[in-house]
Ligand binder design. Structure first.
Ligand code: B12
Length: 225
């Protein structure tokens, strides 16, 4: 599985493509874009490319950041490489256009700029047949509430990666309920847990994007086939 390791390594180094000048020692070598294309051409399963290549690289850069081996600029170039790789996987994750099964309003909570996980969840939900209304990053409480009012049957999906921003999820749940809105709420992101979901009285939690479709179906009472 050398190619998946190469993808992960290119994510860690932030090497987007052969043409990228960064990092200097990788100039002219295959970057995330070429490696993902090669992996697809070798018929490696899309889920494996995602998990063992791209996400593994992001996990590694996160570990390096935690241990002080790298800083925000390195995380940023890795994020750019991740986004470039995801763009190539997107058509495969989305699959063919299907009949819409429901709507999900998706956003990263206020104060939080992390959107890679949220975008991935959005792609997978679209692939699973849902319409996704993406509110983007740094989403204020009232934006979730006003979209929920317009779409009373939609599921609200919130993402947070910072321990300093997860409290905003609670504010959204409280605001929805005080406005009499019954939209189901699913939360995710590295900073939250099943326990936190129960504490803030959200309806579901998913550790990863892959389970999002099954969870949203369950929340909407749609039987999985
Ligand atoms: C890339 C990155 C950045 C990039 C973000 C770029 C972008 N456009 O997203 C940049 C450089 C901007 C950044 C900035 C910061 N970051 Co940062 N970042 C990361 C990093 C390395 C990777 C995150 C990522 O994209 N992972 C890959 C995706 C696919 O995984 P994911 O987001 O977890 O999503 C998956 C699941 O959680 C789930 N999921 C996610 N959301 C949702 C939502 C729903 C509804 C569902 C169902 C599922 C779901 O599905 C996804 C796929 O399986 C993490 C470390 C890590 N390993 O998590 C740190 C990390 C999150 N960052 C951290 C920090 C501290 C910061 C900064 C405060 C640093 C600073 N001093 O400035 C700033 C904060 C900026 C802000 N206000 O948001 C810390 C957070 C610590 C904490 N617990 O609070 C981490 C954990 C690094 C660390 N180990 O210390 N960061």
């Amino acid at each position: 599985m050398g190619i998946l390791e190469d993808i992960s390594n290119s994510i860690v180094k932030g090497h987007v493509s052969q043409q990228s000048p960064y990092p200097p020692e990788m100039q002219g070598k295959d970057g995330v874009i070429e490696l993902v294309e090669k992996a697809l051409a070798e018929d490696i399963e899309v889920g494996l490319i995602l998990k063992e290549g791209l996400i593994r690289g992001m996990d590694e850069i996160g570990r390096k950041f935690s241990s002080g081996e790298c800083f925000v600029p390195e995380m940023l170039v890795s994020a750019q490489a991740m986004k470039a790789g995801l763009k190539h996987l997107e058509p495969f994750l989305k699959g063919e256009e299907k009949r819409k099964m429901g709507t999900v309003i998706l956003g990263t909570v206020k104060g939080d700029m992390h959107d890679i996980g949220k975008n991935l969840v959005g792609m997978i939900l679209e692939g699973g047949g849902f319409e996704v209304i993406d509110l983007g990053i740094n989403t204020p409480v009232d934006k979730f509430v006003s979209k929920a009012k317009e779409n009373p049957n939609a599921v609200i999906g919130m993402s947070a990666l910072l321990t300093t921003t997860i409290g905003n999820m609670k504010l959204v749940v409280e605001a929805l309920r005080s406005e009499g809105l019954n939209n189901k709420v699913v939360i995710g992101g590295a900073a939250v847990s099943q326990k936190f979901m129960e504490e803030i009285k959200a309806d579901a939690y998913s550790r990863d994007a892959a389970k999002a479709v099954a969870i949203v179906k369950e929340l909407l009472g749609i039987k999985s086939v």
